[in-house]
Design a protein around this ligand. Structure first.
Ligand code: MN
Length: 496
């Protein structure tokens, strides 16, 4: 799985030489305690690393340059224990390329009423020191997250946790490679987009590979490897006797296993973090990859169907951000509605490829015909998904910018058996309600494809959008359609 503990966030405290050695020693000691305390809290998924306090233009510049070039540093946390005149920060901030969180905290939680004197005041100045710093960051129009409160406060650690997860997802995109087998599904609009702009803006590269290149890898998979994977399928999933070894429909499962190994090999050999395919271009492949896509997603790869590279990359980022949390992150599509006024529901699914990390209860491996694509019957995993809070997210290309749109939803347990539905499925209620949620999504131009998350929140995605310089629109419990439509209008001016 994706290991976040290899990543570091640097804790950088600003000060100045004005106060003398004694005070600066205390500033450094306190900073170390805070960094160590957060690192040992068990609430932050990455390492928090103390860096020597910075007291001059040169020290700030050198520290931030080092953060830029450190392979494992995914962002910095800044704090002004004392006053740190902010013109000293201009040179460093102007070259900073990593995400920044400004922690507006104080070493002491409480004012020591009976003993407070001017020495204490001299040391504990973040109430105004952080305002001076905040001004220059705003003056430089730099995105950052501001978190306010005592550094041991649970709510503060929760906000830092969300930001470090977003920073890990952002870091993972830098230099990432996504493989696109075939092109876009013919005539589809929303899955298209500017791949050059995406690479400039997001740091990941999407390039096309001929399906024949993939088929060449699939065709040389060894029989031993296929046999071992089929044995794993049989041990892991519910399967009819006809699909098991020796069964009359076993060849479908056998071919699906061959495709999974071939795809996995291709992705590993090329260092890819995700892929997309299309049922319209499967030359030389026996089936559309179903179980292969599902299991590769569960293993951490980003995926979306029909050439949708934006969603594939977003699914990958979600997997990094949600690593270690309960629940899954998956490729999803709004498929069918239940318009019962007393129980409105969206049924989310796809032709085949719903990530098995969402599965709740038994998973059945089944083989059924696919009405499109003209290939052999593909194997797929069929399962239900648990209820609970979740969200759908979509990145779309608006022509002059990318937009990240999310809708917070409440997933619900399936209330009916769906004996004839041969695909994994999720049921949810959009917030604030079905009509407002769906109308807002459509006004915002949100795609039918989404990344679906059971463990990320609007906070993670707001932080992620700020790091990426993405327009961020949220549809949630408090959304009103008239205000939301105005927000879209105003954003048109903001991004002009
Ligand atoms: Mn689709």
């Amino acid at each position: 799985m994706i290991d976040l503990k290899k990543f570091e966030v640097w804790f950088i405290t600003g000060s100045q030489h004005l106060y003398g050695e004694e005070t600066l020693k205390l500033v450094a000691e306190h900073s170390q305690q805070i960094a160590k305390g957060m690192d040992a809290s068990g609430k932050i998924p990455v390492r928090i690393v103390y860096k020597p306090i910075v007291k001059s233009t040169e020290e700030i510049y050198e520290t931030l340059m080092a953060a830029n070039s450190s392979e494992n540093c995914i962002g910095i946390i800044t704090w002004m224990h004392t006053f740190s005149p902010a013109k000293m920060w201009i040179r460093g901030l102007s070259i900073l390329q990593k995400p920044m969180l400004h922690l507006h905290t104080q070493f002491n939680r409480d004012i020591p009423w009976s003993s407070i004197d001017m020495d204490f005041m001299n040391l504990n100045q973040s109430a105004h020191g952080d305002r001076e710093f905040g001004f220059i960051v705003s003056r430089m129009r730099k995105n950052r997250k501001v978190v306010v409160g005592h550094w041991q406060d649970n709510d503060v650690l929760t906000q830092i946790d969300a930001w470090t997860r977003a920073a890990a997802g952002w870091h993972d995109w830098q230099g990432a490679k996504f493989a696109r087998f075939g092109d876009n599904m013919r005539f589809v609009a929303v899955t298209e987009g500017d791949k050059v702009e995406a690479e400039l803006k997001f740091g990941y590269a999407v390039n096309t590979y001929g399906v024949g290149d993939l088929v060449a890898v699939i065709n040389v998979v060894s029989e031993e490897a296929i046999d071992a994977l089929v044995t794993e399928y049989e041990a892991t999933y519910t399967m009819d006797a006809a699909l098991r070894k020796g069964g009359e429909k076993h060849s479908s499962v056998y071919e699906a296993a061959r495709i999974e190994i071939g795809l996995r090999t291709f992705l590993e050999n090329g260092g890819f973090k995700g892929f997309t395919d299309t049922f319209e271009d499967l030359h030389g492949m026996v089936q559309l990859p179903g179980i292969a896509a599902q299991r590769l997603m569960e293993a951490g790869y980003g995926f979306a169907g029909e050439g949708d590279w934006k969603t594939a990359a977003l699914v990958r980022a979600f997997k990094v951000m949600g690593s270690g949390l309960k629940g899954g992150n998956a490729f999803m599509e709004d498929y069918t509605y239940h318009f019962d006024p007393d129980n409105n529901l969206v049924l989310g699914s796809h032709m085949l490829e719903i990530d098995s990390s969402l599965a709740n209860g038994k998973i059945a491996l089944e083989v059924h015909p696919l009405g499109i694509g003209g290939k052999a019957d593909p194997a797929r995993l069929v399962f239900n998904v648990a209820g609970g809070p979740a969200l759908n997210a979509s990145i779309i290309d608006m022509g002059n910018r990318f937009r990240l749109l999310i809708n917070e939803v409440e997933a619900v347990e399936p209330q009916h058996e769906l004996p004839k539905l041969p695909v994994a499925r999720v049921l949810w209620k959009p917030y604030p309600d079905m009509k407002t949620g769906c109308a807002a999504w459509i006004y915002a131009g949100g795609a039918h494809h989404t990344a679906y998350s059971q463990n990320l929140t609007a906070e993670h995605l707001q932080d992620f959008a700020d790091m990426a310089g993405l327009e961020f629109l949220r549809i949630g419990k408090d959304t009103r359609l008239d205000q939301f439509r105005n927000e879209i209008r105003w954003n048109e001016a903001a991004y002009k």
